[in-house]
Every structure is written in C-alpha cells, then in structure tokens.
Design a protein around this ligand. Sequence first.
Ligand SMILES: Cc1cc2nc3c(=O)[nH]c(=O)nc-3n(C[C@H](O)[C@H](O)[C@H](O)COP(=O)(O)OP(=O)(O)OC[C@H]3O[C@@H](n4cnc5c(N)ncnc54)[C@H](O)[C@@H]3O)c2cc1C
Length: 499
Amino acid sequence: MTRDGAQYIEGLRDGRQVYIDGELVTDITRHPAFKGAVQSIAALYDTVHDPANREKLTFASPATGEPASLAHLIPRSAADLTRRRIALKAMAEKTYGLMGRGPEHVAGFLAGFAGHAHVFGEGGAHFAENVQRFHAKARDEDLYLTYTILPPQIDRTKPAHQQAEPDLYAGVVAERDGGIVVRGAQMLGTGTAISDYVYLSNIAPLVPGDEAYALAAMVPLNAPGVKVYARRSYARAASSLFDYPVSARFDETDSLLVYEDVFVPWENVFAYRNIDVVKRQWFATAGHLLGNNQAQIRFWTKLEFLVGLAQRVAEMNGSVKLPPVRSALGEMAAKVSTVAGLVLAQEQNAEVDSHGVAWPGRAQCFANMTLQPQLYSELLVMIRDLCGGGLIQLPSSANDFANPAIAADLDRFIQSPGFPATERVKLLKLVWDMVGSEFASRHHQYEMFYAGAPFVVKSRMYDAYDFTPGRELVDTMLASYDLGGLREAARDDRVAVGS
Ligand SMILES: Cc1cc2nc3c(=O)[nH]c(=O)nc-3n(C[C@H](O)[C@H](O)[C@H](O)COP(=O)(O)OP(=O)(O)OC[C@H]3O[C@@H](n4cnc5c(N)ncnc54)[C@H](O)[C@@H]3O)c2cc1C
C-alpha cells in the first residue's frame, strides 16, 4: 500500500543518528537543514498516494492487490517501460527534477535485482529469496531507499584490502548468530539522511583479497552504529524562500555514511563475500539500467525546467525577439530533445529476456549518461550568457522590499516591461539558485558524477554500443576499390542501387 506524506514523516522519527554542524540532529523532520527536503518528499508521497493518481502512478501489488508505486514495477514489456516512464516523469515534475535520489531511484535498482534474483542466488539460494522478499517489502510498505555503493576517496590507487587500515572501507568484520557485523565507511549517501533504508554495496571493481568488502545489504537508517555525516546544508544557509527558492525546498543532502559495527540480519543480506555477484548485480540484472533510466527521466524534467526559465528571462528582457537569442534557445531546446529522445529510444530498443524482464535499450541509456555532463555544463553556461549581469544586480534579500525607501528605488530601476520589480527579482533569484548558487554548483557536480566518473561511463558506452554495422560499412568501403580503381563487384552494386 502506498504511504502518504504524514506516514513517511512519522517513519523518520526513529532515533537515527544524523550529524550536521557538529551536532546530533534530534528530529530530522523539523531541523532547518532537512525539513524542506522532507516536506518535498512528503508531497511526492501524497501525490502517489492520492486516489486521483492511482491509475497513472501505481500498479496493483501482486501480493496484496493494493496500489504500489510504479517505481517498484518489474517491467515485463516495452509497454510496461512506457507506463513506468509516464509515472516517473510525473513524479520528477513534483520536484522539478531536482531530487536525484528520491524514493523512485533506488526502487528501480531493486526492481531490476528482483527480476533477476537468480544472480544473487549464485551465492546461495537464500540470497535470491532475500532480494525478492525485500523487494516485496519495499513495494508493499512503500519504503524510501537510498544507496552508498562506493568507498570514500581515501586512496583510489589501492584496492579495499590494501588501504592503510582494513576497516576504512565498509566491510564485514564478524559473523554473529543471525547475521553479520559491518564496519567502515561509504560515500556518498544522497538523500540517505531522510530515507528509510540504505543499500550498502560496491559498484567500483573489487579484486581478489577484497572478499570482506564484497557485500550487498539493506540497512535501516536507525540501525545501531549507522552514522550519517551530512555535508553543509544549502537549505539552512538560504536566507528566505524568496531568495533561494530551490535550495530551501529541494536540498536532498549528501552524506558520508559510517557503519560502526552495524549488525545486519541475514535476511537483509543479498551478497556476502562474493566479488563476482557484487559485480554482476549491476550488469547481469536490469537494475543498473532501470535505475539510470529513471535518473534520465528526472534529468529530462530538470532540463525542461531550465530551458523554460531561460525562455522566460529572454521574454522578460525583450531579447527573445533577437535572432541570436532565439538561436541560443533553439540550441538549448535541442539538448533537451536529445535527452528526451534517448529516453524514449530506450523503450523502442527494449528487450525482454528469458526471465521475462524488459531491459531498457542499453546503448541509448549509456549514450544519455555519456552526454549528460557535457550537455548540462553547456546549458548552464548558455543560461548565464543569456542572463548577463541581471543575475547579479539583484537586491541583497527579500527584506529590501520591506523598506519603503529602498523598495521605491528597486521598483523603478529593477523592472522590465510587464515585469514589476518583485516579479523580475523573483525570476532572476530562481535562475541564480538553479545555475549559480552553492546548491546549483552541487547540482553541476551531481550531474557530472552521479552515474559514475565520466571516464568510467564512456568506457561502459564503448561496451554497450554495437559497432558491427559501422565495421561492416568500413569493410564494404575498403573492399570496393583498390589501386586499380572501383572493383568489379562494387560496380555491380552501383548498378544494383541504380546510381
Ligand atoms: C553530488 C553527488 C552525489 C552522489 N550521490 C551518490 C549516492 O547517492 N550514492 C553513491 O553511492 N554515490 C554517490 N555519488 C558518488 C559517485 O557515484 C562518485 O562520485 C562517482 O562514482 C565517481 O567516483 P569518485 O567520486 O570516487 O571519483 P574518482 O573515481 O576518484 O574519480 C575522480 C576523477 O579522477 C580521475 N580518475 C580517477 N581514477 C581514474 C582512472 N583510473 N583513470 C583516469 N582518471 C581517473 C578522473 O578525472 C575522475 O573524473 C555522488 C557523487 C556526487 C558528486
């Protein structure tokens, strides 16, 4: 059954240990660093829970018949992927594409894992059962899952077991009755502070000797020993909603996760001391593709929002009438269309495998991942270019409008035709929060890295792309001529195509 926002919020009051600015947070739902993001996620839960959206955003749980978020669907056909995409797009629009690790992100990974639970079963049948049971639980209890699947950046030149201390990277240190004990740290838990469970595993390659780190497990945020160290809060630094409209509401936070002798019961363990399974979970299941397919639906939404803002600024400044500005907006629109087209192409290139699971088109998914950092960086520069100094020539805060003497000058000198000062300032402060603020800068880093370092993503694209047609064209071309000119067979080809 889907939860509503109030139930989600209540679930966060569970004694978790989240630290920020030198203090333990006593109630994350009320703390200024987190409450804006909590409210935004709660609003998303309300939307999915709303009976009016049941048809569009949910499916009937095969276990209970109750509505479950489509984020948890194991797609069985291209039509399922389309249905899922329509739902995920509507969910992304609730947060303007600004919450990368909302409840609908890791849900996609888990659905993919459950569709190919046999991969986890290679380490023992009970692991496959654990994956399927947890997927059903997450679906039917409408859990919010996040993940930490990389060790901290301590020394990237050495494998896990050769770090200066054996328990820097999170790994198993003991087995106890009923489960395992995990110690060490992982990065970078986006949204983890305000989620229900964190998935602890590894996507970076492990090598022989790293067996203790070859884990996959679901850990509740209130498990004793789980410590969440949040980065600086942009929401808390926001002077007002008017001044920082997106920082204040959508700062999902990123955290270092420290697992200090955390006991994980066997039923929450998906892989244990198994380098092969930990590696294969990402690519021998549809998990990685489904998770990233969702991420790109969100990215598409965010780009639509950014381009909408760019057009509004150009309209406000009157520059939209200038051909070079229209051409720049056209180029921005082309970038969004590229991302959208590659999302839709993943449905057209979907394949249903022998397990009855529909995989989104792999090459199209990796193409989007590859282009994303570049497209996003270019778009930010183009919007800055379009806005010029207007983004900076803004009142220091909303309070300036409260002082009549200051407001009189602002009303006169910071306005545009059809846009009184407050409207102009409101729009430009929103743009600044999207392209220039600390929140915006973190988003730039996020879009560059959330799917992995660009060099890693590009090499995955190399593996995903079918070079065969191109190679065949090269062979045909090279075979068509030699030192003596066009070969006889090629002449026939030319006649055959009527040239
Ligand atoms: C805002 C943000 C949110 C994130 N959220 C999450 C999350 O929710 N969960 C999670 O698990 N992770 C998350 N991540 C982590 C993300 O997955 C990693 O940042 C990403 O996989 C890259 O790893 P890294 O940061 O350790 O970079 P590194 O691997 O250290 O790479 C950094 C740079 O070093 C260079 N480099 C490193 N190694 C090589 C090499 N072998 N060859 C050539 N060049 C190299 C490259 O220039 C590379 O871009 C997040 C990251 C960011 C920035």
